[in-house]
Ligand binder design. Structure first.
Ligand SMILES: [Zn+2]
Length: 119
């Protein structure tokens, strides 16, 4: 990536530009205070974690994922909320289907065992 202040090329993981000392997007992404008002083009000022978008992401994981990708740069906190909702949704549905498969196997197994006993 490139420094937003002086434009020099930076390591993608750099948190502060070694040339001009200005924090990069990584600095803000790591949860540092963004209210310094330095105007260096960091994330939007109205960014905030949003329970609403987390719920949206939970019920519509695809939407949550898209919002996460779209907002990653401009609204990282909001994006994280939407992404977290989508992630939880995916985890819940995966574990639910695992549980359902296990139950199905148990039921089938019991039915088979019961069949062997009674015939
Ligand atoms: Zn710089």
């Amino acid at each position: 990536m490139f420094c937003k202040n002086c434009g020099s090329q930076l390591d993608d993981r750099a948190v502060i530009c070694p040339h001009c000392g200005v924090p990069t997007d990584n600095y803000y992404a790591n949860g540092n205070n963004r209210n310094c008002g330095n105007g260096y083009g960091g994330p939007a000022a109205d960014d905030a974690p949003s329970a609403g978008f987390a719920v949206l992401g939970f019920f519509f994981p695809i939407v949550g994922l898209i919002l996460y990708l779209v907002w990653q740069q401009t609204y990282p906190l909001r994006a994280r909320s939407a992404g977290k909702g989508a992630l939880i949704s995916v985890i819940v549905s995966v574990s639910l289907s695992v549980v359902i498969v296990i139950i199905a196997f148990c039921v089938a197994g019991f039915a088979y065992a019961a069949g062997n006993v009674y015939y």
